[in-house]
Design a protein. Structure first.
Length: 317
């Protein structure tokens, strides 16, 4: 039943893209900010020292607070899902699962956002390009150098997991509560990332940022690897796998950063376009379009058939 709800939810997501503004859940921001203020209290300064002065216990308590916040927000969905998961309540459960999935995707439509970016790039609307780039790169105010077309291409491969595939994966594994848990943690992570430059870059902020990234990274790790494999299968397999292996040989990155780098590296290599030419705007547009096309091929031509087969054999509900 979850597979049918997934298909309907994805179909409605394409038809009701105007609802994505509701998926931003801005009413959660005060709660997130209260949690971040609590996380700041877990930091420990020694003579004004920065990150190195934070106690390990403070890091773990910050992680615990982040997990507790996620549990509080996910618990109502989990309880209602458990109540409706009954033979006599299949239709209410199905409708509930579709609604939760629909509002867990996003919070902005990736395809539309990439199209808006391409339009701004084509028309030379630099303010609009930087505004859209800020959302894709998740930075408050990107400069021209930060918002390069190469970084946008890499961000598309990463945002496909944050906005779509991560939600789909946990929806299939844990049902509506899994999809909502991933969205809650991604919204919190996005809130921290977008405000990272607006606060003091001291240990208290590093604790909050690292705690949120760690918890989100745990949930993002399995779908990020499967999505990277999908990029390889949907694109240039040999180059993608070579890039994956070469990246694994380098110095180990933290959990969240490692997943982000893997998706970006594998997706870029799978596109089969080689090194970008920063001086050619037409090539930049072509690469961005290619990144979007690779994401769509991976989702619809690789993982949707795989999920259908797994459901057919009763390996997924």
């Amino acid at each position: 039943m979850n597979f049918l709800a997934l298909l309907l939810g994805l179909a409605l997501e394409r038809m009701l893209t105007h609802l994505f503004r509701l998926c931003e859940f801005r009413w959660l921001n005060p709660l997130f900010d209260a949690c971040l203020r609590r996380l700041k209290k877990q930091s420990h300064f020694a003579g004004g020292a920065a990150v190195a002065a934070v106690k390990p216990a403070s890091r773990w308590s910050a992680v615990a607070i982040t997990v507790l916040l996620a549990v509080v927000l996910v618990l109502p969905v989990a309880v209602l899902s458990a109540v409706l998961y009954d033979e006599m309540l299949r239709i209410p459960y199905f409708l509930f699962a579709v609604v939760v999935l629909l509002f867990s995707l996003g919070p902005r439509d990736l395809d539309d956002e990439v199209e808006d970016y391409l339009t701004a790039l084509e028309t030379g609307d630099e303010p609009a390009r930087l505004r859209i780039a800020a959302q894709l790169l998740e930075v408050p105010s990107p400069t021209v150098e930060v918002a390069s077309n190469e970084s946008i291409e890499r961000a598309i491969y990463v945002q496909a997991n944050n906005r779509i595939f991560g939600v789909v994966f946990w929806f299939l594994v844990l049902g509506p509560s899994g999809a909502w848990a991933f969205r809650v943690l991604d919204l919190l992570r996005h809130r921290v990332e977008m405000n990272a430059e607006a606060v003091d870059a001291m240990a208290i902020d590093a604790v909050a940022l690292n705690a949120v990234r760690t918890v989100h990274g745990v949930l993002a790790w399995p779908p990020s690897r499967l999505l990277s494999l999908g990029y390889a299968l949907a694109g240039n397999f040999e180059d993608a796998m070579a890039s994956w292996r070469n990246g694994a040989r380098k110095a180990a990155l933290p959990l969240a950063e490692g997943s982000t780098e893997t998706m970006a590296r594998v997706g870029t290599a799978a596109s089969g376009r080689g090194m970008p030419d920063a001086s050619d705007p037409l090539e930049a547009m072509d690469r961005v379009r290619g990144a979007r096309a690779l994401v769509l091929r991976t989702l619809w031509m690789i993982w949707c058939p795989v999920i259908a087969v797994l459901t057919l054999y009763d390996w997924l509900s």
